[in-house]
Design a protein around this ligand. Structure first.
Ligand SMILES: O=C(O)c1cc(=O)[nH]c(=O)n1[C@@H]1O[C@H](COP(=O)(O)O)[C@@H](O)[C@H]1O
Length: 276
């Protein structure tokens, strides 16, 4: 899906919500345990309940990898189940020397080889251009580079002052020469509301993947004050606050209700900004 198509989806659905699919076996509703693959059933029911309210799904691969062989299969089946007009992000946070990154790119982008054809993957920038390049070589796919993350430890490296500016600013400035806003997004945590003005100065046209609304306490309104651009430019992710909104037989309805709240807030924001 290209940038124009993504913006069209946002306008059609009046939403820039990305639902995070981070399933933990111990936390899924007990009545699903009767299924052969309870986690897959959990994901499918969540997707059915929220697919008209969101424009993207982001399975974090750790939650699947931790379940071994079955988890990997569940990730593939989950990707297959997501409607093809919805943007899919493999939150894998990869990046290695070039020939290894090429294998990671095939693992998440090359459907013929791996069974998964995600639209985008999260990538760590630390190893530099030749580690990110193999992902960018997949012309119709997106790289979402970690810039300013939502966790406490973001200050350990990302805020380090370099002669040119903070390290995360350098990540954006340097990487923006590797690809344009048709292929490159940045992760900026919702908990970093105050920094969005600065981020937009450095990356005016790029989409930003913004996790941290919900369980981590980030504010959608704060993110949007400076984060919106003329093609929306934001994919705001929430996982736990949606997928674990309930844990009984009505868990999918409860998840839908949480997603609806965010979608309605987003609709008002898009309207106020004149984007819809
Ligand atoms: O790349 C990410 O998605 C990510 C970056 C970041 O800075 N912070 C962050 O929370 N995430 C991911 O976004 C999701 C947040 O989940 P919730 O806190 O449950 O909404 C998890 O899958 C995290 O791994």
């Amino acid at each position: 899906m290209n940038k124009k198509q993504l913006f069209e989806q946002i306008k059609t659905k009046k939403s820039f919500l990305c639902v995070g699919l981070d399933p933990v076996m111990e936390q899924i509703p007990r009545h699903l345990l009767k299924y052969d693959n309870p986690v897959l059933e959990f994901n499918k029911q969540l997707i059915d309940a929220t697919k008209d309210l969101c424009v993207a799904y982001k399975p974090n691969t750790a939650f699947f990898e931790s379940m071994g062989l079955k988890g990997w299969e569940t990730l593939i089946r989950t990707w297959e189940y997501i409607p093809k007009d919805i943007f899919t992000i493999a939150d894998a946070k990869r990046g290695d020397i070039g020939n290894t990154s090429a294998m990671y790119a095939d693992a998440f982008f090359n459907k013929e080889k791996s069974g998964m054809g995600f639209d985008a993957i999260t990538v760590a920038p630390y190893m530099g251009k030749d580690s990110v390049g193999p992902f960018l070589n997949h012309k119709d796919k997106w790289v979402i580079l970690l810039a300013l993350t939502s966790n406490i430890g973001h200050s350990d490296f990302q805020l380090h002052q370099t002669p040119e500016g903070k390290l995360y600013e350098e990540v954006i400035r340097i990487s923006s020469a590797w690809a344009d806003s048709e292929q490159l997004m940045y992760v900026v945590g919702a908990t970093r509301g105050a920094e969005f003005k600065n981020i937009r100065r450095l990356a005016p046209d790029n989409f930003l993947l913004v996790p941290g609304v919900g369980a981590q306490g980030g504010s959608l309104a704060d993110v949007c004050t400076y984060g919106l651009n003329d093609s929306c430019g934001l994919l705001v992710n929430s996982a736990r606050s949606i997928i674990y909104a309930g844990n009984g037989e009505d868990f999918a309805e409860k998840a839908r209700a949480e997603a609806l709240k965010l979608q309605q807030e987003m609709e008002q924001i898009l309207l106020a900004a004149g984007l819809i």
